[in-house]
Design a protein around this ligand. Structure first.
Ligand SMILES: O=C(O)CCC(=O)N[C@@H](CCC(=O)O)C(=O)O
Ligand SMILES: [Zn+2]
Length: 351
């Protein structure tokens, strides 16, 4: 029997369909009134192809961590508007709800941090032993399939994007910020800073090393302009003040529905730019932070301040201006428990 939008999701609520089927969803395909082809590839994986697509191949992801709800709400609403026809699509678009089981559980992860399993890390060590490892591999395959399909269909090079939307565990001095994956010395993109500013994101952390994150995977393996974007602090569904993300929501709508997003020219003075000074990895179960849970990301302490201990090892502030980000004592042993960042500039390597 041919599938229709009405038979699958009468109200266009793909998030509800995903969460009702967290472990998998049979592929389905249907056409919208304006000719846009919609394909459901799996639970939380939906691809839109307009009849005359513009030159962008856009991946939007959310819910890679299940309790980071504001981005899930933004993506669910976007997909719904596209499905019911209140927003017209300009470019090819793949929307991913990363970890449906963790979204249902309201937790960051079920067995393992999904955002540490990309670029093949899902198959290292013990291999594909849990749902998150299998999902990381599947998400890589879906992203490859999405980008590769347009290489076959279109003869001219296209622009690839992946915006992986998250929220931070704790509050931040700069409520919204982005992580720019390591580019292996390729230049940072002015147009991407402009897009981030349109999203009301003017704090950017420039990574200096490869990572096992989704955004680094898209950047490094597919040449996409890719970012992790942190929109505020973790809240349960329904408790987000979505007005604080109105500009991000609007910029994302413009990104998918227009030739170009309305931006202002890049001016470095408008940004707070940081680079990683050092990563502190958890070595033992004794790892302990020496500041309170309500201390915000990007807080700087005087040189010499004790930040964390890990067994006999002490971590103290080494450099003037060094600030904390993503501190989390609960990570698995061997994983990043905190980054220390320092202010930086980009003008010397900007395209
Ligand atoms: O607030 C926190 O400690 C974590 C928020 C979060 O999930 N951040 C991402 C950043 C990914 C990146 O470095 O690009 C993560 O930790 O996976
Ligand atoms: Zn996250």
């Amino acid at each position: 029997m041919a599938q229709t939008l009405a038979s699958l999701m009468p109200d266009g609520d793909f998030l509800a369909l995903t969460l009702a089927n967290p472990d998998g969803l049979a592929p389905a395909q249907f056409t919208l009134a304006d000719g846009t082809e919609v394909s459901i590839w799996d639970t939380g994986v939906i691809c839109f192809e307009p009849t005359q697509p513009g030159n962008k191949d856009i991946v939007l992801s959310c819910g890679v961590h299940g309790n980071e709800t504001a981005p899930i709400e933004i993506c669910a609403e976007l997909v719904q508007q596209l499905l019911v026809g209140t927003l017209a699509l300009k470019h090819r678009l793949l929307v991913l709800f990363g970890n449906p089981a963790a979204i249902n559980a309201g937790t960051r992860e079920i067995s393992e941090n999904l955002n540490r399993l990309f670029s093949g890390h899902h198959s290292m060590g013990a291999g594909l032993i849990n749902a998150e490892r299998k999902r990381a591999k599947a998400l890589e395959d879906y992203v490859s399939r999405f980008y590769d399909a347009s290489r076959v269909t279109f003869s001219v090079p296209r622009n690839r994007y992946l915006y992986d939307l998250h929220t931070a565990i704790r509050g931040s001095r700069f409520e919204k910020f982005a992580v720019y994956p390591f580019l292996h010395d390729k230049p940072w993109q002015k147009a991407e800073f402009e897009f981030l500013q349109a999203c009301d994101v003017t704090t950017v952390l420039l990574m200096q090393t490869p990572a096992s994150t989704f955004s680094y995977y898209a950047s490094n393996s597919h040449g996409a302009d890719a970012f992790t974007i942190e929109l505020g602090k973790v809240q349960p569904f329904g408790k987000n003040d979505m007005s604080r993300f109105a500009r991000a929501r609007e910029a994302i709508h413009q990104l998918v529905s227009r030739d170009s997003v309305q931006t202002t020219p890049f001016d470095e003075q408008q940004f707070q730019l940081y680079q990683v000074y050092r990563a502190i990895n958890k070595q033992t179960q004794e790892f302990k932070l020496h500041f309170a849970d309500d201390v915000q990301n990007f807080t700087a302490y005087p040189v010499g301040t004790l930040l964390a201990t890990d067994g006999d090892t002490e971590y103290r502030v080494e450099r003037e201006g060094e600030a904390i980000i993503f501190p989390n004592a609960k990570v698995a042993i061997g994983q990043r428990a905190m980054l220390m960042v320092v202010p930086t500039t980009v003008s010397h390597n900007l395209a």
